[in-house]
Design a protein around this ligand. Sequence first.
Ligand SMILES: [Zn+2]
Length: 597
Amino acid sequence: MPTATLPRWNMDVIIPGLQSPEFEQSFKQVSTGLDELEALFDQIGVDKRIETATESKDVADFEKVVAKYNAVTEDLRTLNAYVSAILTTDTRDEVALARDSEMDQPLTRLRKLGKRLTAWLGSLDVEMLLAQSDVAKAHAYALRKAVVGAQRLMSPAEESLASDMEVTGGSAWGKLHSNVTSQLIVALELDGEAQTLPMSSVRALAYDPDRDRRRSAYEAELMAWKTVEVPLAAAMNSIKGETITLAKRRGWGSPLEAALFGANIDGETLEAMMTAARESFPDFRRYLRAKAKALGLGRLSWYDIFAPVGEDPKEWPYDEATGFVVDQFRTYSDKLGDFARRSFHEDWIDVEPRAGKVDGAYCMGVRRDESRILMNYKPSFGAVSTLAHELGHAYHNLCLSQRTAMQRATPMTLAETASIFCETIIREAALQSGTEQEQLAILEASLQGSCQVVVDITSRFLFEQSVFDLRAKRELSAKELGERMRQAQLDTYGDGLDPEALHPYMWAAKPHYYGRSFYNFPYMFGLLFGLGLYAIYEKEPHGFHERYDDLLSSTGLDDAATLAQRFGIDIRTPDFWRGSLDQIRGDVDRFERLTSV
Ligand SMILES: [Zn+2]
């Protein structure tokens, strides 16, 4: 098996083991740092003030607090990354489990101090502070954001009560959803045999190549959701009701306004992006029709969306993948190519799948300009693409390495910029060199993904908004939730799918509706922003690289629209987003050509 030779990451250069004296030393350093930071907060009185004012003493205090806060955050980041790296490569490791649990304490302490800092900053005269302090200027965006954040808080007593009640309110309803869903057993007939499977396994059958199996799973799934629709509707009504109440009491215009603030974008930007997305639906429907044709169907049903098309014909051994990634990154820049080489040479990537290791893939910053990437490599193009995606995140961390911890706080909307960009470099290269079969497989994977991110996420957005609208007046029945879900799917997928075979229970299946509100649109922003930058690079590569690195290094320094403006991009008008979607339209054209032969 070639997997035996797949590399693991090197964590020993960070700390040589969870039971080493170096680990004890690092843990002690973090604890002492937190003690000192707490003492400093108490001594200065870093808390919400009765009256807004900035005295000359506050400037010096502010600089002291920020320096210490950034330093402690940095130490804690490395320690926490180290523990979670060890744990995620072996979740059965008893020592790692204990260490991971020990991390709760310092993390909670820092979170509490962060809240105190926001409340304090919110009661300082920030503009006066900015005029007097270079440290303040370097953190201007975080400061101004803290001011707005502090204004959108209820009184400390009310906030504290809200936090306590959340445990038995929204979080409890969310837990109910997750418990009911994970324990739901579905009865179905597969290949003429009666079976009972957990809901997650039944939903995974959406990827089965056999249409009868996909349909059986879909029909059984809908019937099973019906049996639990009453508690799930109660959970949805309660969570959305609580969100509306708290948003109103905190002075937000709507739950959406609060979500936009968290994502560092405004309503105009969202509207511009959504307008361009709507315009692209006819193109996604062309893709769905071409896919139906490739599968020998008149029209796709909901249960065909994830059906495989053709076969992925090319094997990608890991060595070939790393060579390909370095070569293609180098067509963009030597800096990017060298960076990928460095990450392979210094063993930043845990490539090998093995028992006890978590599924999927992630990238995390560890210290200074160093990251670590976890993945589970299979010799397919999908894994090459994941490798490029995660290296994009690591490159973003490289660009952020000169920033302080507070300056690095990147919102979800901008966090996928470099990963999508790197993924696109690799996809375009593979499409150019691949056979028609290979191209078809690559395009199908890519379009299936972007159809989810653009079309399905719009349907989820429309649904959530319509639920909030009605919930502001009264509760919704399970039937009404289903009708709204179905309508949102009709408005987005349109005639791309059989209207008689949609999924009126997606509101029950998706956990996102039971947590933070409007969880999804930042993903659409991330994909389209990365693609849009790639489109600009293709059109005008001259002078692009420096501006791109500068943008990546600034993702915590301003709101998305201001950062894009520096690039000459206006994300508040649909044009930029249209350019991103043109990339996808080009892929749909190619996909249609390949499936029409
Ligand atoms: Zn990512």
